[in-house]
Each structure stands twice: as C-alpha cells, then as structure tokens.
Design a protein around this ligand. Sequence first.
Ligand SMILES: [Zn+2]
Length: 343
Amino acid sequence: MSTPTMRAYVLTGPRQGSVQEVPAPVAAPGEVVVDVERVGVCGTDVEFFTGEMAYLHQGHAAYPMRLGHEWAGTVTAIGPGVDPAWVGRHVTGDTMLGDQVCRRCRKGQQHVCEDRQELGIRGGRPGALAEQLAVPAWSLHALPESVGAVLGALVEPGGNALRAAQAADLEPGERVLVTGPGTIGLLVAMFARAAGAEVHLLGRSDRSLAFARGLGFEHTWTEDELPALPFDAVVEASNAVHLPARALDLVEPAGRVVYIGLAGSPSTIDTRTLALKDVTAVGILSASPGLPDTIAAYASGAVDPRPLVAATVGLDQVGSVLAGARPQGAGPGPKVHIDPRLV
Ligand SMILES: [Zn+2]
C-alpha cells in the first residue's frame, strides 16, 4: 500500500520554494491531524522566505521548512490517548509548543520554553501551509460556531495584539498611540478601541493610514504630522529601528510603553528616560496566553478583523505572496490568506 500524500508548500532555501506532494501526517500519540481550511501569511514567513529570520542564523530553524502558523481547520484524526470528542471540531492552535516539563512550562509560560518548537517556525515542526497539519491535542483551541475559518486564522495574530493592548492597561477615554499600522498594529488598535480608548495610529505611508481610516480610526498620522498630545500609552508595533526610542519619548510620564514590533537590527532605548519618566515598559512575544480571550472577542463581535484580509488564494500562490506580490483583485488590507483547498 502506498503512503498517502498531500500538497504542502516547501521552502527549500532563500527565495526557493514550491508546492510538493509530501507524506500526509499521521496522528502520533497525544496529537491530532487537522484538515486545514485557512492560513494567514505573516511577516515572519516572509523573513524565512528572504533568509533574514534570526532563527535561521541561531540554529533554531533550517531549510527545508514548512511554514504557516496562523491557521484554522477541522480535526479529522486523533492519535492514541486523545479525547475522541476532538474529531470534527473546528479549531485553531497555539504556535508555541513548549516541552511541557521544564520550570517555565510548569509555571504556565510554555511560550518561552527554552526547548519549545514553534509551529512552522522553529524546531522543525511542519506548519499549516498544507492540506493537513499535525499538532499536539493540548495546543488546540476549539472555535465556536460564530468564529469561522477566516476569523479562526486571525486568532493567532489577534492574540499577540490583544496581549499588547492589555499590557497598555487602558482605561476608557485614555489615549493610546499605536506605531506601525500593519496587521498587528491594526489589531492592537481594534482591541484598544474595544476597551474604550482614544486610538491614534502612526504610519509611514498614506496607503496604510488611509486603510486605517477606512476602519474608522480617524486619528492617523505620519511622523511629521504627529501632534503633541499626551499619550497615556504607546504600543510600538512597527519594524522601524528608531521607533522604540521615539515611543518612550512620546509617552506621558507614568505611562506604559509596549514593545511588540521587531526591527531587523537592534533598537536601543535610554533607560534613564524610562526611569526619569516613571514609565512601565513591557515586551510581548506570542499569542499564547491571549488565545482564549481573542476567540471570545471575535465570537462576541467586540472585535471583527475580517476587513484586514485583502485576498484568499491557493497554495500555488504562496511563493509569489511571500515574494511580495499582491494577488490579483486584492483589497487594501495587509493580510493575505491561503485556502489549501483552492486549486
Ligand atoms: Zn518547557
């Protein structure tokens, strides 16, 4: 009997990838197999495509790679020891897969486990840009009926953004500046707005700021235009090297600065400013602790990020999307989704 195969996007080197027939995953003990319905392409995937991603140079990742960590699908098979109730459930899952035994994992901080795998990112764990995906059952999050595949694949970036918005600790009526109106920045803005904050967005291009205004964010600025307003919090969600320090300059004394953006080279801040302004600074990595609240916010309609999706295409277009091409007919949003069932 021949081994069942499936289609998957395989990245074999910098700017080299293709859709290949690969062995279909088999559910190992404690794991499930998911039929993938929707996958988001994100900046991390692009960094792997270009070869710039730090993990490639630190030994945490190596080609060939199977990308994809923002996903939704349906459980179709379970391995030994998995609750059969998962079969047929619509799910998404945690990108961060800690070893579940170390001190950090036992403290509930498996997203910073030293020995963690990251789905489609780190430790050789194949990602979701494929027809099927195998993941540990413990990493699953069931999606309610009101959270379909599009929203389901936006839970992972949403969880990052929700944690950043929560770290900004906003009271209703407080003013927050979000720097970098990409997917994460716009999601942060949405969660902050849902918390009752007055949201301002700082961006580089008129196109991204116009899109933000279309989402109802009226306070959008370029760096030259930014008014001298007191910002109770600043969430730095860009990839600009200079903006982490600018965020600290812009925030009100006793305010909060949240760092979720990553630049391609080190950004520095002056800790004297941090101390003398009595500012609280927080770094955010991963969605993990924010996944349940994100699903709840999508389910209730408090936050609806679906307008961020510009286009949905098949696996055959992953390479061109990673190379920066906009799919034909794409809308103005920053996110491209892949539906592996499209041919
Ligand atoms: Zn661990």
